[in-house]
Design a binder for this molecule. Structure first.
Ligand code: LRH
Ligand code: MN
Length: 424
């Protein structure tokens, strides 16, 4: 579905006066408003190709309608999100769920929709039907060298797909680990995984990065071979300068201080980027900012402080990706909400009074430091984010537009109600 620009301009026209009133008020409170707006306009979040359909759990999956039935339609859906918010200008593919049949036509479609290809993801957490050796007891950690070789070869194949598409990063998330004490020799599992990652690292093109994603548990429930940021950083440091640690917000033990992890990985120059989502208990993959919005703000607060301390480019030097699944919501509505939450947290972090915060920290004035952050968190910056959309030709209110224009109904008319998207 291609969205005519005039439909968005018409919608924005109806809301222009109301928006201007709100924007004039909020911008009167912000001294560097034009600089903040430009950063919001430039900031792009990659959409996961595996989260454009209705997800499920082991207890059930309640199919949605009008889902993308192939990679072409997945690009169309991300193109639709990008047309609505001009902040979703990239897609992250998962191999083999999204193997392009024709690189040239896929690249042409992506270019037409204003989309880039972000990090490509390998998959050695499932056995494919034509696969010779099973990953039941792991992949890169496996005691059997032949299984490790099969997994290394798969990752090298994924890099090849990425090179064809213009991607410059490989994300490796390993489900490897153990479910019971005694099942695994942790040291040997680490060594096997490191040696395997070194073979994958050696196959990286010069300008590529490898993102080592950690996870505390699931699908293994006693140990994970890349179980926390420390283990991932150990691998990344031993691999070399092209290896980084990827932070999936849902991959931590309860109450982990993720903003501190982010601050230290940035300080070390080893932060790959993010898989944004939210969670109450485990790897719930819920809408970004839907459960712990203050934590999301604190993470972006550390990001802006840390990136500026290193003179990093906010738009290009880290990987900004969503990784969520949708069990009870329309996938596109959910993703629009997630991008909105990310943009608001980024806007909040860009408007923190850093001079006042640093002065309070230097003076051990705990209350004053808290008040600086909570003042920003309690300031409604939605009109600022909407103004950035207006200036980039997007809809002032993407979710409202999606519903009022009945875009899901239009997708169902075009695709029927039985199409199923590959992914989680
Ligand atoms: C693992 C994970 C990983 C993806 C998968 C879809 O939980 O976060 O990033 O490969 O989800
Ligand atoms: Mn993830």
């Amino acid at each position: 579905m291609l969205l005519e620009k005039n439909r968005i301009a018409e919608f924005n026209g109806l809301h222009a006066a109301d928006h201007k009133r709100k924007f004039d008020f909020v911008s009167s409170e912000i001294n560097n408003v034009e600089e903040v707006l430009q950063k919001l306009i430039d900031f792009q979040v990659a959409i996961p190709s595996w989260a454009l359909g209705t997800g499920g759990t082991r207890f059930g999956r309640f199919a949605g309608a009008g889902e993308p039935g192939n990679l072409e339609q997945k690009l169309e859906d991300v193109g639709l999100l990008h047309a609505l918010n001009q902040s979703s200008g990239a897609i992250s593919l998962h191999i083999p769920w999204d193997i392009p049949e024709n690189y040239a036509s896929i690249k042409a479609t992506a270019a037409q929709l204003g989309l880039k290809f972000d990090a490509v993801n390998s998959n050695t957490f499932q056995d494919q039907k034509d696969q010779e050796l099973s990953y039941k007891f792991g992949s890169l950690q496996h005691v059997n060298k032949a299984v490790r070789k099969q997994a290394v070869d798969h990752n090298i194949e994924v890099i090849k797909h990425g090179v064809e598409l213009g991607s410059t990063a490989l994300t490796v998330w390993l489900s490897d680990g153990s479910c019971f004490p005694g099942q695994l020799n942790f040291r040997k599992a680490f060594q096997n995984t490191l040696e395997s990652l070194q073979e994958i690292y050696a196959a990286l093109p010069a300008d590529w990065k490898v993102f080592v994603e950690y996870k505390a548990f699931e699908p293994n429930f006693y140990s994970m071979t890349v179980g926390d940021w420390g283990q991932s950083l150990l691998y990344a440091n031993k691999l070399g300068p092209k290896a980084y640690t990827l932070v999936d917000l849902g991959h931590h033990l309860p109450n982990a201080n993720i903003e501190q992890i982010v601050a230290l990985l940035l300080m070390e120059g080893k932060l790959a980027g993010f898989h944004f989502n939210d969670s109450k208990y485990g790897d719930d993959d819920l809408t970004v900012g839907s459960i712990k919005p203050y934590q999301l703000f604190l993470i972006f607060n550390e990001l802006v402080e840390g990136m500026d301390a290193r003179g990093m480019d906010h738009t290009t030097d880290l990987g900004w990706m969503i990784d969520a699944s949708h069990n009870v919501k329309d996938p596109l509505e959910d993703l629009l909400q997630s991008v909105e939450a990310i943009m608001i947290a980024y806007a909040q972090a860009l408007t923190v009074d850093r001079k006042k915060l640093n002065a309070a920290q230097e003076a051990n004035d705990v209350v004053a430091a808290q008040e600086v952050l909570q003042h920003t968190f309690r300031t409604d910056l939605r009109a600022l984010v909407a103004e950035a959309r207006l200036r980039s030709g997007a809809a002032l209110y993407p979710l409202q537009f999606f519903r009022e224009q009945k875009l899901r109904e239009q997708l169902i008319k075009e695709r029927g109600s039985k199409t199923v998207a590959t992914g989680l």
